[in-house]
Design a protein around this ligand. Structure first.
Ligand SMILES: [Zn+2]
Length: 107
């Protein structure tokens, strides 16, 4: 199983597909499928059944999973798209921004 390179809460940039060129924050990672759900991107209409809080049910907009290989991490320090290397830190592996003039830990 390939390890997904992004985590919940990361800001990512979309490289391909319908949302190409947009960015958003990761809401969920689906490691088994190597997919991610990004806030506000890849929106689909979802039919919902009536519940106690929403007695009408109906159609809501909801972000659908996209392939994790289609997104690239945006470094929170230099605000640029980046690849990461991993280094062992006191609390496990830490991702390090590979951009020149940055090199700061992301986790
Ligand atoms: Zn950086």
């Amino acid at each position: 199983m390939a390890k997904v390179h992004v985590k919940r809460g990361d800001r990512v940039y979309v490289l391909r597909g319908e949302e190409k060129g947009k960015s958003g924050r990761i809401l969920r990672v689906l490691p088994k499928e190597n997919r991610v759900i990004v806030d506000g991107l890849n929106m689909v209409k979802k039919h919902t059944r009536p519940t106690q809080t929403n007695t009408q049910g109906g159609i809501i907009d909801s972000p659908a999973p996209m392939d994790a290989s289609n997104v690239m991490l945006i470094c929170p320090h230099c605000e640029k798209r980046t690849r990461v290397s991993r280094q062992r830190g006191p609390n496990g592996l830490v991702r390090i921004c590979k951009n020149e003039n940055c090199g700061r830990p992301i986790d």
